[in-house]
Every structure is written in structure tokens, then in C-alpha cells.
Design a protein. Sequence first.
Length: 543
Amino acid sequence: MTPSKESSSTPASWQPPEAAGTPLEAPQVLATLAPATPTARPPALFENRWARLLIPSFADFFFLAMLAWLFVGGPAGNGGSLLADADVGWHIRTGEWILDHKTVPYQDLFSFSKPGAPWYAWEWLADVVDGLLFRWAGLKGVVLASGLLLGVFATTLVRRMNSRGVHVLVGLMVALLGIGSASIHFLARPHVFTLLLVSVSVWMIESDRERPTWRIWLLLPLTVVWTNLHGGFLAVIAILGLTAVGTALEVWLGNGRTWRDALRYFQLAAGCALASLVNPYGWNLHLHVAEYLRSDWIRNAVQEFQSPVFRNQNMLQFEALMLTGLLVAASLIRRRQIVETLWIVFWAHMALASVRHVPIFVTVAAPIIAWEVGCWWTKWTAKSKKSSIIGILNQLAADSAAGFSRTSLLPWVVAAGLMGVGGIKWPQDFPSAVFPTKIVHDNLELIFSSRVFTTDQWGDYLIFTNPGQKVFMDGRSDFFGEEIGKDYLRITSGDWRWRELIAKYDFNLVLISTSDAIAQLLKQEPSWRVVVDDGKQILLVRR
């Protein structure tokens, strides 16, 4: 719930609302809890339209820092980390197929294991975008567009915190934790649209809960576009459903809401659900997504559908944010702010069940967490002198708040200029540290004419590198299903049935990591010959 912008500080005699003896309604609670650094009024200079457009803001510099991290100083630099997942390879080729045929596919395009089987290209609009970008500027265009979307997503987090009046330094700290957590899915895949659209949608809902306007109904056409970009459109329907239920509970608890408010969000949730039917596959898309999410095979075999493992920096950042979020939820429920409580608890549960939901948890919960932590900070520092270090930090945060409330033309200029920047070595291929780029390019003709057994990710890469290539399996785990998926794992692991399975699918070429059991078994087989073995990747052909 968005705080009142009129409250400028928390008095030294601050105490929780329940201590006053009578419960406060929602607007009074927010006014009482407002942090000490509300969104400051922009200086007179920025009241001029041209000055606001031409003079960079702190939000602009945050956006540029995000781009620098992605394209210069990130995990792989030059945007290479965005190509660590080759799913974008078949998305590009699907988009090109749609552009060439002027229709969406209804049958499989890429496999020899399920030729002509029914297939839903349920991210077809994102595929078209990728296809257009690739034809325009190659992988550079795809990577740059994905990086810009991620930069805008990260900036919306900070702008949402600023619109709540969050202490700037607290907001930046929480935002960086959230971005670090979400970066596990910073990849050039269609879900980058969902990250941005979830943030925009929640911002619209938060603003509407503070001051209802007709603009909230723009979620309906937004859902139509979103449905055709990525299956994450279900997130906005879930968030609106939680908002409706939470608002109804707030009415029942006497928290300053009305039944009309609850009905409004029930209608929005139903409207967005109906809007999602506007796609080439109709209700079949929803059945497919439901089966996809319910599949035990996918949950057990696909890593991003499994629970997070708290052994790396990203997940430790998520752990810190999630635990803080649960503490915040306890505080919110004491003040009868049920909607935000449901948002935090529901998406924390989803993130613990599947690591792919961690970025959604961050997107929904981070601004709420930052607001509450800012309140805690305000209470703790209420008696600090202005001349103290804490007082100076608070004043610095208050003075810089206005700089996060606007955006100039600078990001657009930089985005346009990046296409011609020579200092960045844009990727011309997928990273060789992850994919067998040299082996594939050196043996393109042999691979193209063969029935190849390889990993699902390398299958994606073959589809991208060899247009027209047919593969056994690629990253579309929802399409291939349990039977082929299990056969794939049995062959890779050298299961006792591996000979039978290789004969079943008539493989005559194997491209695999040397660490996989099947590589060592085939090297000992007289009927197979090693073509290339670089110590990490091996290509074998059947004699």
C-alpha cells in the first residue's frame, strides 16, 4: 500500500499504531509509519519540461550502471552471460519461421523424435521480436534488447520504492539485493518481458489502491500482449486474485476499505483471465500451461523448476531478502495490511518451491520490504542529530530522492548509441565455455546430415547454428514429455539400456561432454569412432 507523501518525518515519540489504544485505518497507519525521507519536491530547475528531459537524473545513472554491469563488468561481460541458455536459439528460428510463413506453427518444426507432433509456440510474439532483432543486428540485437529490458526492470524497482517515499539508501540496498537474487534468470529469453511487466503491473495496482483511477483497466490490453509474449501472464492474474481476497479481508477487519474495492479487483482478475484467451491457441494454451506446471517429470528433471539451493551468492541474497520479507509480513498483518502480506507469503512459497519464481518474488516484494525497513530505520534514527553520520546520511537520502522520481532522455540516447559503440565486443556466437562452438562449426555438414544425440541445450544451439537441423531433444521439455525425457537421461547416464535406446532412435552421431558416462562407453565400442575429443567435448560417429 502506498504511503502518504505528505508525512515528512517520524516523531521521536513514535510508537506502533496498536500502542495508541484504538486501531487506525489504513491511511492513518501509513501516515504514522511514513519514513523520514519522502519523495522530495524537484528543484525549480526541473519544473521546466526541457530541463527534465535533458538533464540526467539519479534514476538514469542507476539504469546506466545496470547496463555497464550487464555488458562490461558482469559475470561474462559483453552481454555473453545473457546467452548462457541457448533456448533463445530456437526462439529466433521460430520467429523467423513465423515471419516467413505469416502464421504461427501448430506442429513441431525442429525434432526427428516427434516429427509433425502438435506443438504450441506459446511465446510466439517474443519469438517474432527475437527473429526481427536477429535479422536486423544478429545476436547483438537480441542481447542488447534483453539487456535494455532488464535495465528498465531494475530501474522500475527503484522508482517504485521512491514513489512510496522509501529512504533512498535503504531502497538502493534492498534493490541491489533483489537484482542480485533475480539475476539467476538474467538471460535473453522471453521471461525478461514478464519481469518488466510484473513490475509495471504491481506498480499500477499499488497506485490504484492509493487512488483508484480508470488507468488500472489498462491491465486488460496489457494482459493480451503479455499472454502472447510469455506464459508468465498468469502472475498478474494471481496477483489480482490475491489483491481481491486481501481487500475483502481488510474490509472484514475494518481497515478502511469497502466491498466495492474488493469487487473491483475481483472484476480485474476475471477480466485479465478472459483477456488471456486472446491468443492463436485460445483456451488450449491454458490447458497446456496447466499440464506443464503440474508435471512431476518437469519438476524433477528441469533445474529451474526445482527448489533453490542456498550455496551461491544469488541465493544467499534471496535468502536474506526472503527472511526479511517474512518479518515484514508479520509486521504488516499486525496492522491489518492483508494484501501486501498475501503477496509476500504467496510468492515466497512459490520461490521456495521453484527457483524460477525467485525473480517474481523480488519484483513483487522488494518495494514493500524496502518501505518497512525504511520505517524501522526511521524509528531507530529518530533521535540522531543532524550533524551525526546517520543524520548526514538521512539528509543525503532526502536530498537525492527527487533524482529518482524522473527520467530524462539520456537512457534513450544511450540505448540508440549502443548499437554503434565500438568499445563493446558484442557476441557473434554463443559462449564457447558453455557450448561446443568450434566442434559444431568444424563439422557442420556431418552434423546436419546425421541423427544426433546431444544435450537439450546443445540441441538448441544446433537449431540456431544449422537452420533446418532436426534434433532428438532441445529445451522444449514441455513438448518432448516424460518418455523422451527419461530416455534422454538414461542414455546420458549410461543406463543399462543405452544400446537398446540408441538403436531405438537410430542415432549415428553423438555430441556430448566427456564427463558424461555415455561418452566413455562409446569410446570403448568398436562400432563407434571418435571424430573430435578436446578433453571437454567429444564428437563420435557410428562406423
